[in-house]
Ligand binder design. Structure first.
Ligand SMILES: [Zn+2]
Length: 277
């Protein structure tokens, strides 16, 4: 019988058991380096592979291991994230600090990207931090552009790499109120292109209220949904923008699903390795 949230969040022990169970199919543990099922327990309560000698514990190499938050606190944090509570409110409800909450939320968003069907093309973003992209020959700043593909009620957000502003201006982008987030009309196969922190922003008047509030003819269902969510946030920074877009994709595609369970699953999934690591 599936345990209720109250049952798993009851004690630190029950919370740990819940996450541990999510890590392994039928509790069948294996060496996370060479995949051998042959291991033994060490005196320090870790496992050691008989084949390659690697020492690991249940959460080694998984997103959840990147934070020291107690597992009960993790469960509550995921519940609040599911309900879209702001980071400040989440911190007030838990016994962790504000920076720890922010870090945990970032880990959740990275885990969402890592579990997206196109995660490999997003790998760069795991290690990208608000870096400026510049075309050195033309001495021009480049802007990261994302494309929305929408089909049969599902959405996919693509990374379209970096473009110079001069190219983007020809697409006549509109700014979403004063968010510094810009979007274009449909641009096949994309229902819209979006980007953040467009430096030519002063040239663009904000959209009138009508177009922001209501879906305009032919506009994507997802983008209407995303706009209202983005406007509820008081500003999204350039380096958090890609993560936030993928969070919206996840929420939209699983709008009828069990977000809490999926997020717990993602949190104990393995962190993908970067090629240059
Ligand atoms: Zn091994």
């Amino acid at each position: 019988m599936k345990k209720t949230f109250e049952q798993i969040v009851n004690t630190e022990k029950s919370a740990t058991a819940f996450f541990r169970k999510l890590c392994w199919d039928n509790y069948r543990r294996y060496c996370i380096r060479c995949h051998s099922f042959q291991y033994y327990r060490t005196a320090q309560q870790t496992m050691r592979c008989k084949r390659c000698g690697y020492t690991f514990h249940d959460f080694t190499g998984r997103w959840i291991s990147k934070s020291q938050i107690p597992y009960r606190q993790w469960l509550l944090l995921i519940k609040f994230f599911e309900a879209e509570l702001p980071a400040k409110q989440i911190t007030d409800k838990l016994t962790i600090s504000y920076p720890t909450t922010l870090k945990a939320l970032e880990l959740l968003r990275l885990a969402i990207i890592a579990n997206a069907p196109d995660s490999s093309s997003w790998l760069d973003y795991f290690y990208f931090r608000g870096k400026e992209w510049v075309d050195r020959q033309k001495k021009e700043a480049l802007v990261g552009v994302f494309g929305i593909i929408e089909q049969q009620g599902r959405v996919k957000i693509d990374i379209l790499k970096y473009f110079p502003m001069t190219t983007l201006i020809t697409l006549k982008p509109k700014m979403l109120r004063d968010t510094k987030i810009f979007y274009t009309d449909a641009c096949y196969p994309y229902v819209a292109l979006i980007f953040h922190n467009f430096k030519g922003s002063q040239q663009y008047e904000k959209q009138d209220e009508y177009q922001e509030t209501y879906k305009i003819n032919g506009e994507s269902d997802f983008w209407s949904y995303a706009k209202s969510k983005i406007l509820k946030h008081r500003g999204i920074s350039l380096d958090k923008f890609p993560h936030y877009l993928k969070e919206l994709e996840f929420r939209y595609n699983h709008r009828d699903g069990d977000l809490f369970y999926l997020l717990c699953k993602y949190l104990v999934s393995f962190i993908p390795k970067a090629d240059n690591e």
